[in-house]
Write a protein that binds this ligand. Structure first.
Ligand SMILES: [Ca+2]
Ligand SMILES: [Ca+2]
Length: 102
C-alpha cells in the first residue's frame, strides 16, 4: 500500500484523499475509502494518520520530489474538511479538532 493518508494511491496526501476518507467517515471501509490502519473502519484513527501526512508526497515515488516531504499544519486539513460541507464531513472536522486539542 501507499503511504498513510494516500487513499487514491497517487503518492501524495491531499484534499482528494481527505474527501475519500470523509465520504466513508464513521463507516466500514478499505484503504481506498480511508481505512489506513486496516481495522475495517474509517474513523478518527485513520483521520489522524491522514493528518500526519497531509500535503506531503511519497519521497520515494513522487515525480520531481527532492526526497523531503513538506508537512503542512493540521489547520489546512481542518480547512479542507470545512470546505467539504456534508454532515459526515462535519463529524470528521469535529473529531479532528478533538484530536488536535489533545
Ligand atoms: Ca493521494
Ligand atoms: Ca481504520
Amino acid at each position: 500500500m501507499g503511504m498513510p493518508g494516500d487513499a487514491n494511491l497517487d503518492d501524495s496526501c491531499d484534499v482528494s484523499d481527505l474527501s475519500l476518507l470523509a465520504g466513508s467517515y464513521r463507516q466500514s471501509g478499505n484503504w481506498l475509502q480511508g481505512d489506513f490502519n486496516f481495522d475495517g473502519n474509517v474513523d478518527v484513527s485513520d483521520l489522524s494518520l491522514l493528518a500526519g501526512t497531509f500535503r506531503t508526497s511519497n519521497p520515494y515515488f513522487a515525480p520531481g520530489s527532492g526526497g523531503s516531504p513538506v508537512p503542512e499544519p493540521v489547520t489546512l486539513v481542518l480547512l479542507g474538511l470545512g470546505g467539504l460541507g456534508l454532515v459526515a464531513r462535519r463529524r470528521a472536522v469535529e473529531d479532528l479538532r478533538e484530536l488536535c486539542a489533545v
